[in-house]
Design a protein around this ligand. Structure first.
Ligand SMILES: C[S@@+](CC[C@H](N)C(=O)[O-])C[C@H]1O[C@@H](n2cnc3c(N)ncnc32)[C@H](O)[C@@H]1O
Length: 224
């Protein structure tokens, strides 16, 4: 997969790219690239935003700046680009990220995440330059960078080779393997700590009983 992030703060992703599971997928040939909006702006002084028409607080990311940045990076009209590549505007009111959306994105060969700042995007960016919207939750972050890292993390860890154990990302909270329920609880050594016991069944070695116990706990949590 080629995962591109369009941002005002490309250096934020240096730390992210250094994380083990990300390094693992990059070593497998996947790519994580950043595109700095300010480096591509056609406006003077690195300007990328402007005051909102109609008045109001804050600044709005300009559509001509995003258009120019995408065009310079991909060498094609961004209205064409979005027809062949998922170009995702990160926005609080967007399509909510969940495991199914992550699976959908993990199956793509290429993604572009657009990070907003300030008051957000000029709506024409969403309408004409993006193919999708995505929200990481019904709350407001200061910018799209952390949201992009959430998406990148959730997507990249689904790719083969990301995690130490091949099955780690299969039977996880909200996965099909768990019928969409949260994962069951885990325990490790010591089996007893301050009188807090590990459920007996997990120490029993009975695989089928353990499987049934885990399924029941998972379903139970789903109702929480
Ligand atoms: C301060 S927010 C803009 C909030 C906008 N004025 C609103 O009320 O919806 C700036 C940028 O952060 C990103 N952002 C903030 N919260 C987000 C969320 N929950 N999901 C995805 N992106 C988010 C978006 O890219 C957004 O354009």
């Amino acid at each position: 997969m080629q995962l591109d992030v369009v941002t005002l703060f490309p250096d934020w992703f240096d730390w992210f790219a250094g994380q083990r599971h990300v390094r693992n997928v990059l070593a497998e040939g996947h790519e994580l690239r950043t595109l700095g909006l300010r480096e591509h702006t056609p406006l003077t002084g690195g300007q990328v935003d402007d005051t909102p028409f109609g008045g109001g607080a804050g600044m709005v990311l300009r559509v001509d700046v995003m258009d120019a940045a995408l065009r310079a990076h991909y060498g094609e009209d961004p209205t064409e680009l979005r027809l062949r590549r998922r170009v995702i505007a990160l926005t609080p009111g967007g399509r909510m990220l969940d495991d199914a959306y992550v699976d959908e994105l993990a199956a793509e060969p290429a993604l572009t995440l657009l990070c907003g700042r300030y008051e957000g995007f000029d709506e024409r960016i969403v309408q004409h330059l993006a193919s999708d919207t995505l929200s990481v939750g019904r709350y407001v972050l200061s910018g799209g960078e952390l949201a992009a890292m959430v998406v990148a993390d959730a997507v990249l860890r689904k790719l083969p080779g990301a995690l130490g154990h091949a099955d780690s990302a299969v039977e996880e909270s909200f996965s099909t393997a768990l019928e969409g329920h949260p994962e069951y609880p885990h325990y490790t050594r010591p089996a007893r700590h301050r009188g807090w016991e590990v459920p007996e069944v997990l120490l029993s070695g009975h695989h089928e009983e353990i499987r049934q116990w885990r399924r029941a706990r998972s379903i139970e949590r789903g109702g929480a």
